[in-house]
Design a protein around this ligand. Structure first.
Ligand SMILES: CC(C)(COP(=O)(O)OP(=O)(O)OC[C@H]1O[C@@H](n2cnc3c(N)ncnc32)[C@H](O)[C@@H]1OP(=O)(O)O)[C@@H](O)C(=O)NCCC(=O)NCCS
Length: 226
């Protein structure tokens, strides 16, 4: 089992001709889901996201991108229907798209646009563990929104790695808020947290991105998809 993690990033804003190519790769269920989005931008971004995912999986597994079928966990986490050993997770925020791929272990990725108006103590109190809220108070006002979104993306990456969606209590595990990403404890257990790796991912100005992976990480390799 490799401890290398691959991160693929891209923009979701595409020309109509490219959009048609992505759309042609989707299966009937994905096309129906795309059609259910009321806003054109959401429809376009879902189509591009699934098209990009299929293209990368096709490259890695040397298969036709249109040939893949996905299954969904009880909270909607997509996985390849066929057992290939590859695990993946996708995140998008605004026009930024991230895909994380690993071999044989669970992982989650999250990217968020840093929105200072959202990064309030009221919201932190609702979603973060008490220690994380206390940590947030130690940052000077001008760094607080970034610290907030580091916390948010790290928590979200972990929730996505276990596929829990809203089904796992967010106060039950603690992450770091500083530059270096760390899962500190799960249900009070430092040993349980050590079974996981957490990484702050390189992100464009104004965004935060994080990765949570089961087991050790030797290297994070980045690729940009044009
Ligand atoms: C999907 C979920 C897990 C994340 O949503 P999000 O941050 O809005 O969206 P992201 O862009 O990061 O991820 C969406 C992608 O993750 C994947 N996904 C969907 N459900 C998932 C799940 N349960 N677990 C992991 N990945 C999931 C899909 O590929 C989806 O993309 P698609 O809809 O284009 O197929 C969301 O349903 C959720 O429940 N989040 C918890 C919200 C919360 O309270 N967060 C507080 C953080 S402190």
């Amino acid at each position: 089992m490799s401890s290398l993690i691959q991160i693929w990033t891209a923009t979701l804003d595409r020309e109509p001709a490219q959009l048609a190519q992505f759309h042609a790769l989707l299966d009937a269920e994905e096309k129906a889901r795309a059609d259910r989005f009321l806003r054109e931008q959401a429809r376009t971004r879902f189509t591009v996201s699934r098209g990009l995912l299929r293209i990368v999986l096709g490259q890695l597994l040397e298969r036709d991108p249109a040939s893949f079928a996905f299954t969904y966990g009880y909270n909607g986490k997509p996985e390849l229907a066929e057992k290939t050993g590859l695990q993946f997770n996708v995140s998008h925020s605004g026009k930024r798209w991230y895909l994380a791929v690993a071999e044989g272990r669970r992982l989650g990725v999250d990217v968020e646009r840093v929105r200072p108006d959202f990064a309030t103590f009221e919201i932190a109190n609702r979603f973060f563990a008490p220690r994380e809220v206390a940590d947030l108070t130690t940052f000077p006002a001008e760094e607080r929104a970034t610290a907030f979104f580091r916390c948010w993306t790290r928590k979200e990456a972990f929730i996505k790695a276990i596929g829990a969606g809203l089904g796992f209590p967010l106060h039950e595990f603690v992450v770091s808020l500083g530059e270096s990403a760390e899962l500190r404890s799960i249900s009070g257990s430092i040993d349980a947290a050590r079974e996981w790796s957490m990484e702050a991912l390189i992100a464009p100005e104004g965004y935060c991105a994080a990765l949570a992976v089961e087991g050790p990480v030797s290297e994070v390799e980045y690729a940009i998809l044009e």
